[in-house]
Write a protein that binds this ligand. Structure first.
Ligand code: ADP
Length: 248
């Protein structure tokens, strides 16, 4: 995808001019960290118990575990939709639980999110669904146009730009939601059961797109209960069991 590729290339050329030590530091920088995180909902449900996790910049990580094990809660903590009851959630060196208002909004702009149920606006076209966030963030019309085409191309939907969501298959709708999540080139992409409503072929297509984005430099965290898909991908895995996280 040209937009992402250009940015990653720029990063690479900057790195080429920096010292070896700096390159090493950037390659191993921590993107996401959970430090002894417990999340107890107000009804007393312990979704996470003393969970620890470290995800490096540029990593791809699957979070697996049965339904109700705490996977969505983990992602919600990363983008600040839920606050930890105990412990710290760090993203890009920011303590997410301590961010409020503009500072939280700014962090969220650097995180792309994909949901199981797509969350598309039914009265808007594919192109409008993908670009409305950019409009809300004050991108110029020219910049929006520059980003739209390569993004739709990356997810294989260039020919569907003027369709409405109900004219698309489930797999296509999920690819629109991925396009929306990545059009602002966020360095961190979170996908919560992105294949949960899809058949195996469409699931595989979605995972391949996520892996491609990772190859362009994005850090990608994907929750799923589809063990078969995880095995097929051969990517790092952390498992949630009874609120506890185990990195395989
Ligand atoms: P998963 O994504 O693995 O299915 P969740 O993170 O959604 O798991 O849920 C983990 C546990 O927390 C479950 O027992 C669920 O019922 C509970 N839970 C999730 N959200 C809430 C909430 N807003 N209030 C109370 N309990 C919740």
């Amino acid at each position: 995808m040209p937009v992402l590729t250009t940015e990653v290339k720029t990063e690479k050329s900057v790195a080429q001019h920096s010292s070896e030590t700096q390159q090493h530091a950037s390659n191993t920088a921590t993107k996401v960290q959970l430090q002894s995180v417990t999340k107890t909902y107000t009804n007393g449900c312990h979704a996470l118990l003393n969970a620890n996790l470290e995800v490096k910049k540029g990593e791809f990580l699957f979070i697996t575990g049965p339904s109700g094990s705490g996977k969505s809660t983990l992602l919600k903590l990363l983008y600040g939709q839920e606050l930890p009851t105990q412990g710290e959630v760090i993203v890009d060196e920011c303590n997410v639980g301590a961010l409020r208002g503009d500072r939280l909004s700014l962090l969220r702009r650097r995180i792309g999110i994909v949901f199981q149920d797509y969350k598309l606006i039914t009265q808007r076209t594919v192109a409008e669904n993908v670009t409305f966030v950019l409009q809300a963030q004050g991108y110029t019309r020219k910049e929006i146009q520059r980003r739209l085409e390569p993004t739709l191309k990356l997810v294989g939907l260039l020919n569907k730009a003027d369709c409405f969501p109900d004219q698309l298959s489930g797999g296509e709708q999920q690819r629109v939601s991925i396009a929306r999540a990545i059009v602002s080139t966020p360095p961190l992409l979170l996908a919560d059961e992105p294949t949960g409503n899809l058949d195996p072929d469409n699931s595989w297509q979605v995972i391949q797109i996520l892996q491609k984005l990772n190859s362009f430099g994005a850090t990608v965290i994907v929750t799923t209960h589809d063990e078969q898909l995880v095995r097929r991908c051969n990517q790092p895995v952390a498992q949630v069991r009874n609120g506890q996280l185990f990195r395989k």
